[in-house]
Ligand binder design. Structure first.
Ligand code: DGP
Length: 117
């Protein structure tokens, strides 16, 4: 899938629309989800334009690893790491991906069930 520069997370990255940012570094930006599904719900996005996980290339491996590190770091800083938290990546229509800029959901502060819905 081609990457659409006008998606909402691209606008957040360009600071064209505001977001409640909790972490930023050279590779990623993390901000609170506007429709939280848990008491803590943060989205971690790469600065690189990747529409969805399955579009990532071998050149993206370092940034994908960085997103995982950032998710754990944010969980620690948000105080949800020890109790337990969930990360999720929705890829494509059947998984209900609605914003086509890769993002990792970091959710915590409540119990989660398995299998997920
Ligand atoms: P997904 O379904 O995996 O594509 O999740 C997209 C998430 O993005 C969804 O939980 C709601 C959130 N979201 C959508 N628009 C905005 C926005 O403008 N700001 C913020 N902070 N979150 C948004």
């Amino acid at each position: 899938m081609s990457y659409d520069d006008n998606n909402i997370f691209a606008k957040i990255l360009r600071k064209e629309i505001p977001a409640d940012v909790v972490h930023e570094d050279e590779h990623c930006l993390a901000f609170r989800d506007i429709q939280p599904q848990a008491p803590t719900h943060v989205l971690v996005i790469p600065k690189q334009p990747i529409a969805k996980l399955a579009d990532a290339t071998p050149e993206d491996r370092q940034v994908l690893g960085h997103l995982m590190w950032a998710a754990g770091e944010i969980a620690r800083k948000e105080g949800i790491a020890e109790d337990g938290f969930r990360i999720a990546i929705n890829n494509g229509g059947r998984a209900n991906q609605t914003v086509f800029h890769l993002h990792v959901h970091v959710m915590g502060g409540r119990d989660f069930t398995w299998p997920p819905g």
